[in-house]
Ligand binder design. Structure first.
Ligand code: SF4
Ligand code: SF4
Length: 131
């Protein structure tokens, strides 16, 4: 991954429509069985080469629902092999973990902001009251 959807998802369908690489599945197809949408980490490219920012988060009405996960690179192979969180697809019996194939990720997002619930979409600053 890249980005991860948490349990505040209201299953509105907006992100699924917006993903340029069809990485998102709806709640009925969520391989973890949870009642929320799910990003297939082996497909998500953090919108690199498609858009300036992750389009799922840009359209999500639930601020904070989508956060940064670790880059889908070999360095984090064990992270994505955690079957309690991810259900990776397979190809001819081989699990499509980062060791199988790495994905692009946003190099401008530092590692310390990843995997700690750092939301992709930032809440607008409250307007200062005038007067
Ligand atoms: S960050 Fe981009 S590629 Fe990844 S799930 Fe969201 S819309 Fe799809
Ligand atoms: S846009 Fe946000 S709230 Fe709507 S389905 Fe996607 S993650 Fe859930």
């Amino acid at each position: 991954m890249s980005v991860i959807i948490d349990d505040t998802c209201i299953t509105c369908d907006a992100c699924l429509q917006n993903c340029p690489v069809n990485a998102i599945v709806d709640d009925s197809d969520n391989p973890t069985g949870e009642n929320r949408y799910y990003v297939n980490p082996e497909k998500c490219v953090e919108c690199v080469d498609h858009f300036e920012d992750p389009q799922c988060a840009a359209i999500c009405p639930t601020i904070g629902c989508i956060s940064w996960d670790m880059p889908f690179t070999k360095e984090f192979d064990a992270h994505f092999l955690n079957a309690e969180v991810y259900k990776l697809g397979t190809k001819e019996g081989v699990v499509k973990s980062p060791a199988f194939k790495e994905k692009k990720y946003r190099t401008d997002i530092p590692l310390e902001l990843r995997g700690v619930g750092k939301e992709v979409q930032v809440e607008p600053e409250e307007l200062n009251e005038v007067g």
